[in-house]
Design a binder for this molecule. Structure first.
Ligand code: SAM
Length: 304
């Protein structure tokens, strides 16, 4: 996580302004890494699930990492949170109850709550330390965590879904870490079948589905697991500079709703006034895939 030349020990909540040339580094695999120059280490704590770190970077504002992996940065978090939220919310005919699994930084919840039609947004995050770090260091992300229409539950999303009654939510957003550690259960076909059970008829699932450039996760399998539960699965792509390879994908799954043929344009125009990435043109074009990804997902997603 830190470049080798800087041995350091961190006290939790220490605020170290280092005279050293400090760099945060995320190693995507044995060949590729991503680095950001760091001004200060603002927070570092070991939770029962993962290491939670917050840095003040020179070029990307504050960044949140979990087990050394980039989760969000002040500079580009809006891309991910706007796309994972507004795309399903603007094609579902009448979304009233939304479930966010993971998403402890609050960014997805913030965007979901922009929609006045949402009567209740429930967030199920396994690690309370992530929520606390978001509240302390990312106020622009975390305001949704204390919102009157939001309900924050600290627990495992797999258990939460299993224990939920049928047909509870119109949209379910899986805003999880990678399919490793606590996140692995959130990518299985069995989990998505349970998710479908607690969706209302005509419901939509939106799940982060990793970088199209990364080979350590089999994207055909990641999307194929969604297809075990839903008849229509689409891949959506977008550019996020601080994420692996700067290019990300999400899965849109539903039995009844198309991802961009039924956009509620009136609502979309209103939402666009407050977004920095989402707009209707981006919404539609996000489902146009490059050929290398079409080949990877041929026969699995409808737009490949
Ligand atoms: N946007 C990020 C990405 O695409 O990697 C995800 C950000 S959000 C911080 C991911 C959250 O998922 C983390 O806070 C993590 O604790 C949570 N998480 C991982 N496994 C979980 C599980 N089984 N149930 C609920 N939350 C989980």
């Amino acid at each position: 996580m830190f470049s080798k030349k800087i041995p350091h020990t961190l006290e939790s909540d220490s605020d170290i302004t280092s005279p050293l040339d400090l760099w945060y580094q995320e190693r995507h695999n044995d060949e590729v890494s991503f680095g950001l120059h760091v001004k200060k280490v603002l927070h570092s704590v070991q939770s029962p699930f993962q290491r939670v770190d917050v840095f003040e970077s020179t070029g990307f504002g504050r960044i949140l990492t979990l087990d050394g992996l980039m989760m969000c940065s002040d500079r580009d978090e809006f891309v991910y949170h706007e796309m994972i939220s507004h795309v399903p919310l603007l094609v579902h005919p009448n979304p009233k109850r939304v479930l966010v699994i993971g998403g402890g930084d609050g960014g997805t919840l913030r965007e979901v709550l922009r929609h006045d039609c949402v009567q209740e947004a429930v967030l199920c995050e396994i690690d309370g330390e992530v929520v606390e770090a978001a509240k302390q260091f990312f106020p622009s992300l975390a305001f949704g965590l204390n919102h009157p229409r939001a309900k924050v539950h600290i627990g495992d999303g797999v258990d939460f879904v299993k224990k939920s009654a049928a047909a509870q939510f119109d949209i379910i957003i899986v805003d999880s870490t990678d399919p490793i550690g606590p996140g692995v259960g959130l990518f299985s076909g069995e989990f998505y079948k349970e998710v479908k059970r607690i969706l209302t008829p005509g419901g939509i699932v939106m799940a982060q589905c990793e970088s199209p450039w990364e080979n350590k996760f089999d994207l055909a399998k990641v999307y194929g697991n969604l297809k075990e539960a839903f008849s229509s699965v689409y891949s959506m792509v977008g550019t996020i500079p601080s994420y692996p390879y700067g290019y990300w994908s999400w899965g849109f799954a539903s039995d009844d709703v198309h991802p961009f043929e039924s956009i509620n344009f009136e609502k979309a125009r209103a939402i666009e006034k407050g977004t920095k990435y989402y707009n209707v043109d981006i919404h539609k074009s996000a489902f146009a895939l490059p050929n290398f990804l079409k080949q990877k997902l041929h026969g699995v997603v409808k737009n490949a």
